[in-house]
Design a protein around this ligand. Structure first.
Ligand code: EPU
Length: 417
């Protein structure tokens, strides 16, 4: 429940990145020796993945702010449908399992709220490395004696696909070239963790990654990068409420496209090391965006910008090019009084003077963040249902927003029937 209409003010500490933590946790499968992670966010998706890894043989011990992982005996290379269907990132175990023990049985993820999201490029890449893969009863069943290096061209840029193949290639026989690789900062963070474990990787952060396989990886310690999407979400929330917020422990260099768009919307942003302060220079002018792979504007920030644009001066256009069904928040924003029209993969947002609180329903993680921002802008009370989506990817979000002066609280869902 949010009582909106107050500007956010103050400081907030940014957590470790969900989308870096998930592949890095999977990297623990690649080695018999310890992997210690710092700055691990407390999130439902992290808990789900740790449970999945434990079932395979990973010992996991939480430490303040981090985790100690070790997998001396990978006894069950299986990811069951029950867990994979709740979190698509579970597909990230496929490459490490094949690389470490030559076999894997991983449920196909199935559809999801934001689009079809196939994993054909993960499979094709592993096949090019010598794996024999079949689909049996909804499971990807894969086998190989030892993966061998290969030249792999991905015809669509895929983040988890690049991560899966990069992890697999660390233990392969020979050199792997990943062409048209994803350049997301989370891919770089994973590569840096793997390098700390003894992997030989070059070119991460460019579209050509070269991995020279080694026989085994060793113990390492790694600090998970700050969450650029959580950062962007707080920046937009501050701008949309005409607030004044400083982010601590963030990653300004990973946020350039987002900062540029906020500036265009009339924000002033001051950088000081790993801190960012945002204020508005005047009225919210809104900004048109088009999502595309990094370093362009991230699809994971599209819904939040749409909430801000709802109350901007003038008309803006948001084009989604990554996922075909990522406008589920539009009909909920309309319930708050937004004027949005959809034409194919484009949303046309005509700014209105204000939003009004209402009951709305979250459909996925970033759509939920958009509704929270809209609720903070709106006059009156907004009740957001199905906030379990938020807990998957935002650490202590209501506590952090309360720290910035928001009137927000978690209420139990009313019993049905
Ligand atoms: N695609 C294929 N074949 C594949 C893989 C992907 O056609 O084998 C297509 C997808 O359907 C999509 C495009 O390629 O149209 C890009 O998808 P990508 O594979 O890059 O997405 P992902 O790896 O499944 C990650 C993030 C998402 C984020 C996207 C895009 C993780 C765990 N997830 O997903 O994060 O939106 O990259 O940047 O890293 C979120 O955090 O809310 C979230 C959805």
């Amino acid at each position: 429940m949010i009582a909106g209409g107050r500007p956010l003010r103050g400081e907030v500490r940014i957590s470790g990145a969900k989308n870096a933590a998930l592949p890095i946790l999977c990297a623990s499968l690649l080695s018999a020796q310890a992997l210690v992670l710092d700055n691990l966010p407390e999130l439902k998706d992290v808990d789900t993945l740790v449970r999945l890894l434990q079932g395979m043989g990973v010992h996991a011990e939480r430490q303040p702010g981090g985790i100690h992982l070790a997998c001396p005996d990978l006894h069950t290379p299986v990811a069951a449908y029950e867990l994979v269907k709740t979190m698509r990132a579970s597909i990230l175990v496929l490459g490490p399992l094949l690389a470490r023990c030559g076999q894997a049985r991983v449920s196909l993820p199935g559809g999801c709220a934001i689009g079809e999201r196939p994993v054909d490029l993960h499979i094709k890449g592993l096949e090019a490395m010598g794996a024999r893969i079949s689909i049996e009863h909804g499971y990807i069943v894969a086998q190989v004696d030892r993966l061998r290096g290969a030249r792999i061209f991905m015809d669509t840029i895929t983040v988890t696909g690049t991560e899966n193949l990069m992890m697999a290639a660390t233990l392969a026989d020979g050199i792997t070239l990943l062409e048209n690789a994803a350049r997301e900062p989370e891919v770089i963070d994973l590569a840096e963790c793997l390098i700390a474990m003894g992997a030989r990787i070059k070119g991460h952060g460019t579209d050509l990654i070269t991995i020279e396989g080694v026989p085994a990886l060793h113990a390492a310690r790694h600090r998970v990068m700050p969450d650029r999407i959580e950062s962007g979400t707080f920046l937009v929330a501050a701008a949309a409420t005409q607030g004044d917020v400083t982010l601590r422990n963030t990653c300004p260099d990973a946020l350039l496209a987002v900062l540029d768009k906020l500036y265009e919307a009339n924000a002033s942003i001051d950088r000081n090391g790993d801190s960012l302060r945002i204020r508005m220079r005047g009225p919210n002018l809104g900004v048109s965006v088009r999502t595309a792979p990094h370093p362009a504007f991230p699809t994971d920030m599209q819904a939040q910008f749409m909430a801000m644009n709802c109350v901007a001066e003038g008309t803006t256009v948001i084009t989604e090019t990554i996922f075909e069904n990522r406008f589920m928040h539009v009909q909920e924003l309309r319930r708050l009084g937004a004027n949005i029209e959809i034409e194919g993969n484009t949303a046309i947002i005509r700014g209105v003077p204000g939003l009004e609180g209402a009951d709305v329903m979250a459909t996925d993680l970033r759509a939920s963040a958009s509704l929270v921002i809209a609720g903070l802008i709106a006059q009156g009370e907004t009740r957001i249902e199905r906030i379990y989506h938020l807990d998957r990817g935002y650490e202590h979000i209501e506590a952090k927003l309360m720290g910035l002066g928001a009137d927000i609280r978690r209420v139990a869902a009313p019993a049905i029937g």
